[in-house]
Ligand binder design. Structure first.
Ligand SMILES: C[S@@+](CC[C@H](N)C(=O)[O-])C[C@H]1O[C@@H](n2cnc3c(N)ncnc32)[C@H](O)[C@@H]1O
Length: 356
């Protein structure tokens, strides 16, 4: 509904300067829309400005006037989910509210501390209201575990489903979060690795999951060949569907099986680049990663976890020893960096090692 309000009226040519100034002075009524006609701009303000403010304004915008006018109201802003929870969750728990949710397609995933368990439905509904593209809210119900690196989830609000399509850097990934591993937090890392790949490279993605590294590389480069290996039959099924979904058939060879076995059987000496995103176990596969590299060498993207008792330097040392035990060596000090925090005082890290 329109509302009459005090306004600052200025010629259009001074509009921008006036808006900046009035905003700085905190006198703009943000619930109303600024309006204009052929010659003037009208900025709604809370009340008639004081003499001091008026003087300050006139010093900078000489031809301004104070008038009244009728303004349209702005559509109501969607509140943040913590605003929506005000009064619904005891104040003492406000500090434990998750600061953000992981968004996977149209699903939001949150981590709930034990004291918030009884408020999970309220929280889920607040998230549905605050994030307009979210259809389902899930709470983590355990750690990532097992050979397939899966996590259990509890659906706390919205549509009861775990399947979605996640979009990332121009690629689409069909995912069943209950049956496969997927982390949206690796998005930047995947894009970083994809941008290092050169035309005509052969890549072995040893632990490909639903194929986020492989698909992004194939989408980015015209002439590449990616061997994408996965042990989990469900993830392998989604990998094949994602290859079709992204129209990169022909560039990616999906292979179901254990990376060690597959490389031993048919991928010896073929790769320019190897992706080893199985942080808890990658160290045990360095020998086969070296085996799949071309005889004159290539690059390993080696992922691991680092924490207080296992530093990045210690991992560099372990990787160097494992490469040497395979009859190769690291050309120069690897580029090593933290990729993301995974727990208090624990990070996933990557070591890019040139191996000859
Ligand atoms: C941490 S996930 C990474 C998936 C994917 N690269 C990504 O970034 O989303 C590791 C994947 O390796 C698979 N995996 C575990 N052991 C394997 C093995 N020996 N050979 C092939 N894949 C394996 C798991 O099923 C899981 O999908």
């Amino acid at each position: 509904m329109p509302k009459r309000s005090t306004a600052i009226k200025v010629p259009k040519t001074c509009g921008e300067r006036t808006i900046v100034l009035a905003n700085k002075m905190k006198i703009v009524d943000k619930e109303l829309k600024i309006k204009k006609d052929d010659c003037f701009i009208y900025v709604p303000i809370h009340h008639k400005p004081s003499e001091t403010i008026l003087k300050a304004l006139k010093r900078q915008v000489t031809n301004m006037q104070v008038s009244t006018s009728v303004f349209q109201k702005k559509p109501k802003r969607v509140s943040t989910y913590s605003e929506l929870l005000e009064g619904k969750i005891p104040k003492r728990f406000q500090a434990s509210l998750p600061h953000s949710a992981d968004i996977v397609g149209d699903m939001a995933i949150i981590e709930l501390s034990p004291e918030l368990q009884e408020y999970k439905k309220t929280m889920g509904e607040a998230i549905l209201k605050a994030y307009k593209n979210v259809r389902t809210v899930l709470a983590k119900a355990g750690a990532v575990s097992g050979t397939y690196r899966l996590r259990q989830f509890e659906i706390i609000a919205g549509e009861p489903k775990t399947v979605t399509i996640h979009k990332e850097h121009g690629c689409k990934f069909l995912i069943d979060i209950a049956k496969v591993y997927f982390s949206p937090r690796l998005s930047f890392e995947r894009s970083r690795v994809a941008s290092l790949v050169k035309e005509h490279e052969t890549i072995v993605d040893m632990f490909t999951g639903v194929g986020p590294f492989a698909v992004q590389i194939a989408k980015k480069r015209e002439n590449v060949e990616v061997y994408a290996i996965e042990l989990n039959p469900d993830a392998f099924d989604f990998l094949k569907r994602n290859i079709r979904l992204n129209k990169v058939d022909g560039k990616i060879h999906p292979i179901l099986g254990d990376a060690r076995q597959v490389i031993d059987d048919k991928l010896t000496g073929i790769a320019d680049r190897v992706i080893m995103n199985l942080p808890e176990k990658a160290i045990d596969f360095v020998d086969v990663a070296c085996e799949t590299l071309k005889p004159d060498g290539g690059v390993l993207h080696f992922y691991c976890f680092v924490n207080a008792s296992n530093s990045l330097q210690a991992m560099e040392q372990r990787l160097a020893e494992a490469v040497e035990a395979s009859g190769r060596r690291i050309r120069k000090k690897p580029l090593s960096k933290l990729v993301r925090a995974t727990a208090p005082y624990e990070w996933q890290a990557v070591l890019d090692a040139g191996v000859v």
